[in-house]
Design a protein. Structure first.
Length: 380
């Protein structure tokens, strides 16, 4: 047969598959209506497993795995369609719609905000970009920020979550597993690191350089040119500048911002020493209660998936079917649960879209456990 004839055969088979697919989805709709009337769950795990085993067996050894993938997708699409017909019935979706209705139209202007570090920290800079006139309380570590939110000491908290050069701030992700909060906004801050020393200090005399571990990582190439200087991690870049100023020593320096240099009376020994010129850190703004402000077009989730082949693929395939873009996927080990992981997702989807509604109504069927972290917009 010629290629053109083979392609005609493929088209003929595809037309038949399409008709059968539409017919199958129509039957799925009838099943969805029946389950809704009878109060039955959308997902029937035993039925799905038996179906996959049966179809793989019928396909024969050569096609078994391909058949299993095909029918896994078909079952997922049927489940998605059934959930869509029953949209609006889950507690999560009700909670989200209530939050949309009750959240003020205007983002807060002068709230009490928790930041990690001391005055001059990048978290402070991000905070002042997000809020017009915030009242800031500083905490020694990231957990202090989470605790301040949970205990109601502050209305909001600002935390760095990832950097364009150094990657994710893993300590924050690990704390996210243990704490309850909602993300209400994010901000991408251009980070410019400078080597700051006490007045009179010289670059060639520096023996110790203090900064946050992420900043040290972001300036690795510059630090290679100072082999006599030891990089020492501290809690925060602003804390590093403060320590250098308080020491009065001429052989120590800090990787920090220009504003910290002005704040603590330090001299700039080298400017813009980060490896990448377009070095940006993404900060999340968190609250105790779920708040969804107008224009929210990003959503964050945390999931614990079944420990079996294809579990993550199933979730990603569903997001693909809904046309939802994944902008961030991070995995972190779950404390006290051997070889089990939490997956963190950042998704692009408007809260007003049909796809968002559908996804929120399917979450319980997609994983063993999940946490909806909020929907928000990003300030740039």
């Amino acid at each position: 047969m010629e290629l053109s004839e083979l392609r005609q055969e493929i088209d003929r088979v595809d037309d038949g598959l399409l008709q059968l697919f539409v017919e199958r989805m129509g039957i799925s709709a009838q099943i969805a209506d029946y389950k809704k009337e009878q109060g039955l769950p959308v997902v029937a795990p035993l039925r799905e497993r038996e179906k996959l085993m049966d179809m793989a067996k019928k396909a024969g050894p050569e096609m078994a795995n391909y058949t299993r993938v095909l029918f896994s997708m078909l079952i997922g699409l049927s489940r998605s369609y059934q959930s869509r017909r029953n949209a609006g019935t889950t507690e999560l979706y009700k909670k989200i719609t209530e939050s949309i209705a009750s959240t003020p139209q205007l983002f807060p202007q002068a709230p009490m905000v928790a930041c990690q570090g001391v005055e001059g920290a990048y978290s402070q800079i991000a905070c002042e970009k997000i809020f017009k006139s915030p009242f800031i309380l500083y905490f020694k570590n990231f957990e202090g920020v989470f605790n301040a939110i949970e205990q109601g000491l502050c209305q909001y908290g600002i935390l760095p979550i990832e950097n364009s050069t150094a990657g994710s701030v893993k300590k924050v992700y690990d704390l996210m597993i243990r704490h309850n909060f909602s993300i209400v906004r994010t901000f991408r801050l251009k980070v410019d690191h400078n080597l700051l020393g006490n007045p009179g200090a010289k670059l060639e005399d520096i023996r110790e350089i203090y900064s946050h571990e992420q900043a040290i990582s972001q300036c690795s190439e510059f630090l290679k040119n100072l082999p006599a200087a030891k990089a020492i991690p501290v809690e925060n870049t602003a804390v590093a500048a403060q320590m250098v100023a308080q020491s009065g020593r001429k052989d120590v320096a800090a990787l920090s911002s220009r504003s910290c240099g002005e704040l603590y009376g330090l001299s700039c020994l080298a400017s813009s020493v980060q490896d990448e010129g377009n070095n940006r850190t993404r900060f999340i703004c968190i609250s105790k209660n779920l708040e969804i402000y107008p224009g929210a077009d990003k959503t964050s989730l945390m999931m614990i998936l079944p420990h079996r082949p294809g579990a993550l693929y199933t979730v990603l395939a569903r997001l693909f079917a809904l046309g939802i873009n994944v902008t961030k996927l991070e995995s972190r080990p779950i404390p006290e649960r051997e070889f089990e992981f939490m997956f963190y997702f950042d998704l692009e989807t408007s809260i007003y879209s049909e796809e968002f509604v559908q996804l929120m109504c399917e979450l319980e069927d997609m994983c063993e456990e999940f946490k909806y972290l909020g929907s928000y917009s990003e300030v740039v």
